[in-house]
Design a protein around this ligand. Sequence first.
Ligand code: RRO
Length: 311
Amino acid sequence: MVSTATRIGDFQFDNCLMNAAGVFCMTREELAQVESSAAGSFVTKTATLEARAGNPEPRYVNTDLGSINSMGLPNKGLDYYLDYVIEEQNRIGSKPHVLSLVGMSPDETHTILKKVQASDYQGLVELNLSCPNVPGKPQIAYDFETTDTILKEVFSYYTKPLGIKLPPYFDIVHFDQAAAIFNKYPLVFVNCVNSIGNGLVIEDETVVIKPKNGFGGLGGDYIKPTALANVHAFYKRLNPSIQIIGTGGVKTGRDAFEHILCGASMVQLGTVLQKEGTEAFERITKELQTIMAEKGYETLDDFRGKLHYID
Ligand code: RRO
């Protein structure tokens, strides 16, 4: 009997697939749709302290090879999502969930996390250190000094299970430097990767999204090799207590299999979920189960991280 069940920290999930933050997670209705699908969990849209309208439209476009977005962190504000995950946590039969957060400044991040710390929420939190789309705000996790400072300050008061959402890195030295920082803290997971920031898609002679003169985060096929490299690089470098969530370019069971082979304990669907809807969870789960059965694998532990190299 093949199982795609998994665990992150102390939380058990019946299935290793879930949505990626930003897709199907803006409203309670969308989150409820993911909850009632074959997904093992949901993560909320990254919340700031106050609600935000985000960037002007068009700000998300699907392409043949994936997607480009510059949403600009639109969300309904911390309380909306925090209230919902607490409500869900108290519902019998509810799955464990992930609350995604970031402040518009380090101070706001601390205000938010202190609120979560003081709340009844006992589930996982994902601190988004990698939003590529707020004009004038660089991706936090590309600044190692700031990242280290934020994590040091956070763990001086935050005692609940916390992970971080990372941007893709592109240099071995950066994998080494980032991992050395993350290994200093009691992180439960790192999520690799957010969209590849600041790509540019053109149709005829014009950019396809309005914000930032068309620059936006890439998802989908464009980013799978980069995502796999980041999952595996951090799987190899991080303390075994820090698990990996794999995100980027998953549209088939084979893609999910590859993320797990690289070391992922959970796999998130972004662009494919936006394109196909929540039916994608069942289809990709079945495709993954078929591959596992063909290979004689019964659980994710049978192949997680066991990528083969050429001698
Ligand atoms: O809202 C966005 O523009 C956005 C965010 Br916060 C993020 O983390 N990643 C992304 O591709 N878009």
